[in-house]
Design a protein around this ligand. Structure first.
Ligand code: C2O
Ligand code: CU
Length: 546
């Protein structure tokens, strides 16, 4: 195993990713940042220097379980204090499983300012994957706002609530195209001939097979992804091999990664569209466009066709069908425990607290304490967060998931779920109507520090007696991010076997910002000595000093 050492400088720069000029957070001058390339078993060291001048920083390694290094998870408020301007923090962790992962900011809503990138972990030398391809490429899909994170966060935290509305564009690997003439903008602010916003192109050699690693780190949008004239065979999801299946539209939610295989077997005299579209919300965002460039055509030559539009935005059925189609590859099944020790139900709702809009689970809206949980737990600083256990479920009998709640009031809490070490835990995510009539949103839930088995999805209200009998215990896929579909439920199972404090939250930036998350603790007595570099905030000053 090798050590992969990176040195990053994080700063704000003026960039025009979709032709509109705004402040973007870059790593070593780039957004998306550098791709981390490693092999299974390697150690990754990233020394991050905060040159944001006026803003704190934390970087999370999304999908890396941080076994034995829970302090390197990069989750501000949970596993570390923020890195203050001018400071450098060294993250060090092992990439213990091959696959497609991500990194991104985990401080406030900083991710949507452009601080993100890919982690690609290759298989060990003597290992053969269950599929073959000639070349490997990665892209990350994001949605992009023209307003600053500050304007958005201030609007979300205001009463009356100010919603930023839909993103202006969709970016493919950091490139998109806003129609500058649609708004009265000067050429200095928005210029479609700026090379920074030329469409992203993947060049392919006719006849070859490509593994395309597609990831989403949208702030808000659920997406579909298409390659004009090409089928995609899904072979990997969140670092686990999938029993292959073919799609024309790949639905992808924020925090998910997939590998698809594509064969460059179409008419080689032209290029093809790569498109991404918003689904699950009324599409008021320009379609994201890129090119599948057949060598030796010019990579900027537009295809002769009209870009294919994606599937209908408000049809949940094909999205649920894709979720159900994802099973573990038959040679790589990790069988889940047949029973669980504890089952927790999380009702997902939009609420109002003293007039402020919030998101909640079981009517509790999550807030982060000033002292990160990992440091507080390890040092028994129990007064820094609420010790009242949060609720394990909701009023199943009386709660009507199909209508606006009669009482949308909720409470806030920073209490956490304490899990028995090595126990098996089931989580049932239950969706409901928002505060808007006839509206239920898609929530992609992401678990830090673990992979979980996806036991099932369903429509409507989860039935504690009947639905567990339908769980897939034969070949469930393992993932770290899973969608909760509108008015539906999603059931997952995991082993609480990774000592630390771990966030589980909706990956929609504004939803987590407004309280849609929980923290799990397990085996805290087995966590090794915490590095002093993660301290400095709240009551962590002086911790560990004689
Ligand atoms: Cu990718 Cu807690 O997030
Ligand atoms: Cu959400």
């Amino acid at each position: 195993a090798r050590i992969r050492h990176y040195k990053w400088e994080v700063k704000y720069e003026y960039k025009s990713p979709d032709c509109f000029k705004k402040l973007v957070i870059t790593i070593n001058g780039k957004s998306p940042g550098p791709t981390i390339l490693a092999q299974e078993g390697d150690t990754v060291i990233v020394e991050v220097t905060n040159k944001l001048l006026l803003e704190n920083l934390a970087i999370h390694w999304h999908g890396i379980r941080q076994i034995g290094t829970p302090w390197s998870d990069g989750t501000e408020g949970v596993t570390q204090c923020p890195v203050v301007p001018g400071d450098t923090l060294k993250y060090e962790f092992k990439v213990d499983r091959a696959g497609t992962y991500l990194y991104h900011a985990h401080y406030g809503m900083q991710r949507e300012s452009g601080l993100y990138g890919s982690i690609r972990v290759s298989v060990p030398d003597n290992f053969t994957e269950p599929f073959a391809y000639d070349y490997d490429r990665s892209i990350i899909l994001t949605d992009w706002y023209h307003k600053s994170t500050y304007e958005q966060a201030t609007g979300l935290s205001s009463n009356p609530f100010v919603w930023v509305k839909e993103p202006q564009s969709l970016l493919i690997q950091g490139k998109g195209r806003f129609n500058c003439s649609s708004a009265s903008l000067t050429a200095d602010t928005c210029n479609t001939s700026n090379p920074e916003c030329s469409p992203y192109a993947i060049t392919v050699i006719p006849g070859k097979t490509y593994r395309l690693r597609v990831a989403s780190l949208t702030a808000l949008s659920a997406l579909s992804f298409q390659l004009e004239g090409h089928n995609m065979t899904v072979v990997e999801a969140d670092g686990h091999y999938v029993e292959p299946f073919v799609v024309k539209n790949l639905f992808i939610y924020s925090g998910e990664t997939y590998s698809v295989l594509i064969k460059a077997d179409q008419d080689p005299s032209r290029n093809y569209w790569m498109t991404t579209n918003v689904v699950s919300r009324p599409p008021n965002t320009t379609q994201g466009l890129g090119f599948l460039n057949y060598y030796p055509n010019h990579p900027r030559r537009s295809p002769p066709t009209v870009p294919p539009t994606g599937p209908i935005w408000n049809d949940t059925a094909p999205r649920l069908a894709q979720s159900l189609a994802i099973k573990a590859h038959h040679d790589f099944i990790v069988t889940p425990p047949t029973t669980s020790d504890r089952a927790i139900v999380f009702l997902n709702t939009q609420n109002r607290i003293n007039g402020y809009v919030r998101w909640s689970v079981n009517n509790v809206s999550f807030t982060l304490p000033h002292t990160p949980y990992l440091i507080a737990l390890k040092n028994k600083l129990h007064h820094v967060f609420s010790q009242t256990p949060p609720p394990e479920g909701y009023d199943f009998v009386n709660y009507d998931i199909y209508n606006v709640s009669k009482n949308p009031n909720a409470t806030t809490s920073n209490a956490i779920y304490r899990l028995g070490f090595n126990t098996t835990v089931d989580i049932i995510l239950q969706n409901a109507n928002t505060m808007t009539v006839n509206n239920s949103e898609t929530h992609p839930w992401h678990l830090h520090g673990h992979d979980f088995w996806v036991l099932g999805y369903g429509d409507g209200k989860f039935d504690m007696n009947k639905d567990p009998k339908k769980y897939n215990l034969v070949n469930p896929i393992m993932k770290n991010t899973v969608p909760l579909h509108p008015y539906g439920w999603t059931a997952i199972r995991f082993k609480a076997n990774n000592p630390g404090a771990w966030l589980f939250h909706c990956h929609i930036e504004a939803h987590f910002y407004l309280g849609m998350g929980v923290v799990f603790e397990e085996g805290i007595d087995k966590v090794g000595k915490l590095p002093s570099s993660i301290m400095g905030c709240g009551e962590t000053r002086g911790v560990g000093r004689p």
